[in-house]
Design a binder for this molecule. Structure first.
Ligand code: MLT
Length: 313
């Protein structure tokens, strides 16, 4: 009997791979493939599992002779060509709740680290210095936090920020007044109204043509002086050039950025500033989130391969 073949093309938790093997699939783990390599090797596979590092492009999908399902061990499916998959009748599924808590906690970590200048203080200590007066921070308490995007992750951030005593405002055309009330968020229709009020801003938006570059020179100019900006959602939502211009001009107290338009990103204008805290796409990088994502996507991929219903992305 031939077994269905699953290609795992990014690092996922061993627990997820075990689920697939226990169900009797032939699982190959092949990491760091280029698009050329993936296109050349995809033909025999019935399913592919990826995280964000390996794009599943039209070229890859068209080279995939047996492919029935693409599993994304995480939330965002912006690295998968959904049109090409739909044209070929290939299911695309994700693990939509697997890493939301980790992403929300990473957002809080960035916010606190920015507010208290932890990276700079840590670097100074490691240089053998003792600079107590240099690192004067800000409290979160009684500050206004603006959340753009009140989906699952934005909602978790709102709940956590409330526990810090922050006032929360937000903008999200898809958020109902009932949900905003439940989260304790005052909603504004106009982006400018939010920008003018916020001491801290965090974005929890998907990558779409509307959200990329959503914050440019005009939006930065409309913000309060001394604002703290966080992006643990998708690279490019804050236009990088404008953000670095406004950091250089001293308008922005600090920024915490976990996502980049091109990844891996080892150099950008933002790398020049001590008060821009950079992390390499770590929002989902916790043991708990990775186990959840691996197991959830393995279950969905298996359902798809066996002809059962799969919640599609
Ligand atoms: C996601 O979309 O879930 C994140 O980018 C997480 C990841 O791939 O590490």
């Amino acid at each position: 009997m031939t077994h269905k073949k699953v290609l795992v093309a990014d690092r996922i938790a061993k627990e997820g791979i075990d689920v697939l093997r226990d169900k009797g699939y032939d699982v190959d783990v092949k990491l760091d493939l280029t698009e050329d390599e993936l296109a050349a090797q995809i033909a025999p596979y019935d399913a592919i599992v990826v995280r964000s590092a390996t794009p599943v492009t039209r070229r890859v999908i068209e080279a995939a002779e047996n492919l029935k399902i693409i599993g994304r061990a995480g939330v965002g499916v912006d690295t998968i060509d959904l049109d090409a998959a739909t044209e070929r009748g290939v299911i695309v599924c994700n693990a939509p709740t697997s890493n939301i808590m980790s992403a929300a906690e990473h957002t809080m970590a960035l916010m606190l680290a920015c507010a208290r200048q932890l990276p700079q203080a840590n670097a100074s200590m490691h240089e053998g210095k003792w600079e107590r007066s240099k690192f004067l921070g800000k409290e979160l308490y009684e500050k206004t936090l603006a959340i753009f995007g009140l989906g699952r992750i934005g909602g978790l951030v709102a709940e956590r920020a409330r526990a810090f005593g922050m006032k929360i405002i937000g903008h999200d055309p898809y958020c109902s007044p009932e949900r905003a009330d439940q989260l304790g968020v005052e909603l504004f229709e106009r982006v400018e109204d939010v920008l003018a009020r916020a001491d801290f801003i965090t974005v929890h938006l998907p990558k779409t043509p509307e959200t990329i570059g959503m914050f440019g020179p005009e939006e930065f100019a409309a913000m309060k002086d001394g604002v703290v900006l966080i992006n643990a959602a998708r690279g490019g939502i804050y236009n990088v050039k404008s953000l670095s211009d406004f950091v250089a001009a001293g308008k922005i107290f600090a920024a915490g950025i976990d996502m980049f338009e091109e990844e891996p990103c080892t150099g950008s204008p933002l790398h020049e500033f001590d008060n821009v805290l950079l992390t390499p796409h770590l929002g989902a990088s916790t043991h708990e989130a990775q186990v959840r994502a691996g197991v959830q996507i393995a279950e969905y991929v298996s359902s798809g391969l066996e002809g059962s219903i799969v919640p599609t992305a």
